[in-house]
Write a protein that binds this ligand. Structure first.
Ligand code: DQA
Length: 143
């Protein structure tokens, strides 16, 4: 992988993409997302590395590393979006974080309407499936 490094960090349950509620999240897997992001990154001059964890602590530690190494991040915080102040405080330390969602959380259950992450993200892209990630990578490439 060549180009400016970008970490594409995914939170809980996103390892089950393809199997998980396909009517909401689609039929493609995390490995499909990995391949798609690598290709889009290549086209944009970015080395996009996709990671996923179900662990809040691990996600926070990746954000600390992004802060220390000055790496841009595409972040799908998954359910942590809606309540994790610890994740929010980690995002606030990182130089450039674009929050993404596959679905449009604002159009779903009421508890998803609040993102505690958005106020400290550079921007938010939601509702476009995998294309949310492509658009976020394009935004980072031109930031
Ligand atoms: C999600 C939306 C969240 O509300 C949900 O908890 C997820 C996925 C999305 O990508 O649409 O796990 O972040």
């Amino acid at each position: 992988m060549t180009g400016r490094p970008v970490w594409v960090l995914n939170g809980p349950n996103l390892g089950r993409l393809g199997a998980r509620e396909p009517e909401v999240y689609g039929h493609a897997s995390l490995d499909d997302l990995r391949a798609a992001c690598a290709g889009w990154g290549r086209d944009l001059g970015l080395a996009a590395e996709v990671r996923q964890t179900d662990s809040e602590a691990e996600l926070i530690s990746w954000l600390h590393q992004a802060a220390d190494q000055r790496v841009a991040v595409v972040l799908n915080p998954a359910a942590f979006t809606h309540y994790s102040y610890a994740l929010r405080d980690a995002v606030a330390q990182a130089p450039l974080v674009v929050e993404v969602h596959l679905s449009n959380p604002a159009a779903r259950e009421a508890f998803r309407a609040l993102s505690v992450i958005s106020p400290v993200a550079k921007g938010v892209i939601a509702g476009f499936g995998f294309d949310s990630y492509r658009l976020a990578l394009a935004a980072i490439a031109s930031a």
